[in-house]
Design a binder for this molecule. Structure first.
Ligand code: 5AD
Ligand code: SF4
Length: 493
């Protein structure tokens, strides 16, 4: 059998969906590196191809099925290739995946990712391929222990190459969700809400700090619902923030995604009082009309959200808030849609992620509420919302012109290469290596400026000169090099 012979241990991984999925992929890659795998971005060169999937909207599922479809013939010519589908779709549609894409070898649900190295090994070693799946039991079948056991022992394995940048890392503090919004598939795909022990989280943060990570982003579907009883007391997200504040090497602490009803004062005070806390909250409103919020079963009204925004603005002046919105949800009238747009104007979100409603099998909305808004109306409302949000974002960004912001430098900006190709002038005199860099301000705004790429990972002060709806454009503030000090960055402009 040629399986062993052709095995080159090159791994191709495609990830769609949220930060949770990005983190899962990082953990899977780290585990497979231990088995001698190395990453490739060429699916043709790989002998192992993994697809980490998302089920939140139908579009994401289509994308995966078309990627899988493209592999059908590749697999026919190279039957030794192992193809795996991981994550939310694997959890939800295990048999359907094998049916629609019979060339898939393994299907691994969200709670079983630690099984992947074993499953790949077994698949590769078996002479006659048998399709395998590892999908935890549903949330009603007492799978809590099984799922949490799997993720607790798994998170410490990390892979720097898979991170957003070498200086930023996600740390999962909880999994699952118990809110059961009627449109959402997450409670089914990610299981019940379970928080992780603070001592394990802190251990992981310290390890990451030792590896040079500067910014920790704590992840949870409803991250501010975090609670864990340990050492005779209950720990909340604010307690985790105070603990991480003490970790040397970490400069910034952030968390996503918050649930409006769980935005407690102790958390807001922690964001206000801790020097490392990023002044940014992602708290999806989802809709600006109470009737729609009721149908979505979000558990709050626009008035409740307004009260929360009042507390945020009072406690943390200058805090940026971003939101998610769904347009075209069941029964959404033109008037309801206008109310959503009014809420963007009222709350002046830094930015909003706006999604067309996508009916998901297994949710309460799919069972009880007709998906009755035509696609062209969803599309139009989506565009109208985007226009309103873009105007608000640009106004919000314009307020920064003339001020100075502190930026954690992430590296060259997306446009820097294009700019270099065009031969545009570099505005840093005497520094031929300078290029356009990007980073984020303390309130999570994207900032671009010219500077030396070796600034990546450091914090720089940037004077804001201009903006677009998505970006602040600035120039690095000149700093004197202090003689005898090796901690001050060299002068760059
Ligand atoms: N259709 C459209 N958008 C959805 N979201 C969640 N479920 C759906 C759905 N069925 C959006 C919500 C959530 C974000 C991650 O995705 O706005 O906050
Ligand atoms: Fe989905 Fe609602 Fe849970 Fe968010 S809070 S993951 S939208 S069920």
């Amino acid at each position: 059998m040629s399986a062993q012979f052709d095995h080159n241990r090159k791994l191709y991984i495609e990830t769609v969906g949220c930060q949770m999925n990005m983190l899962d992929s990082e953990l899977v890659v780290a585990a497979l590196r231990k088995d001698g795998y190395e990453l490739t971005d060429d699916p043709k060169a790989a002998d192992t191809l993994l697809f980490n999937t998302c089920s939140v909207r139908e579009h994401a599922e289509h994308k995966i099925y078309s990627s899988l479809g493209r592999l059908k013939y590749a697999k026919r010519n190279a039957p030794h290739k192992v193809i795996g589908v991981l994550g939310c779709m694997a959890q939800k549609d295990q048999d359907l995946i094998f049916q629609k894409a019979p060339h898939v070898d393994i299907v691994v649900g969200t709670g079983q990712l630690a099984e992947i190295p074993r499953l790949i090994r077994e698949t590769r070693e078996s002479a006659n391929r048998v399709q395998q799946k590892a999908v935890s039991l549903g949330r009603r079948d007492g799978s809590v222990k099984e799922v949490s056991g799997s993720f607790q022992s798994y998170d410490p394995l990390r892979d720097p190459e898979m991170r957003p940048t070498p200086f930023q890392a996600f740390v999962r503090i909880m999994i699952g969700c118990d809110k059961f919004c009627t449109y959402c598939v997450v409670p089914a795909t990610r299981g019940p809400e379970q928080s992780r022990s603070p001592s394990e989280i802190l251990h992981e943060v310290r390890v990451l700090a030792d590896q040079g990570v500067k910014e920790i982003c704590m992840l949870g579907q409803t991250v501010n619902s975090y609670k864990y009883s340990e050492d005779g007391r209950q720990h909340r997200l604010s307690d985790l923030m105070y603990a991480i504040q003490q970790v040397e090497g970490i400069d910034r602490i952030r968390f996503v995604t918050s649930f409006p009803k769980d935005m407690t004062d102790d958390l807001l005070q922690a964001v206000r009082d801790l020097s490392k806390a990023v002044r940014y909250l992602h708290v999806p409103l989802q809709h600006g009309c109470n009737e729609q919020l009721r149908l979505m079963k979000r558990g709050y009204t626009v008035e409740d959200y307004r009260e929360m925004m009042g507390r945020i603005n009072e406690t943390i002046p200058g805090c940026s808030v971003s939101s998610d919105f769904i347009v075209g949800f069941c029964g959404e009238t033109e008037e309801a849609h206008q109310k959503s747009m009014d809420s963007i104007r009222e709350f002046r979100f830094k930015n909003s992620f706006i999604f067309k409603y996508s009916e998901r099998g297994g949710t309460k909305a799919a069972e009880l509420l007709p998906d009755d808004i035509p696609e062209d109306v969803k599309k139009r409302r989506n565009n109208e919302m985007l226009d309103v949000q873009n105007a608000i974002s640009e106004e919000g960004n314009a307020d920064f012109i003339g001020s100075r912001v502190s930026v954690l430098v992430e590296g060259p900006s997306k446009t820097s290469e294009k700019r270099a190709a065009r031969g545009d002038a570099i505005t840093v005199p005497g520094d031929p290596l300078a290029t356009q860099l990007m980073g984020r301000s303390e309130c999570d705004r994207i900032v671009v400026f010219d500077g030396n790429p070796r600034l990546a990972g450091s914090t720089a002060e940037i004077e804001i000169l201009d903006c677009t709806g998505t970006t602040l454009i600035g120039s690095i503030v000149t700093r004197e090099v202090q003689h005898g000090s090796n901690t001050v960055l060299p002068i760059l402009s």
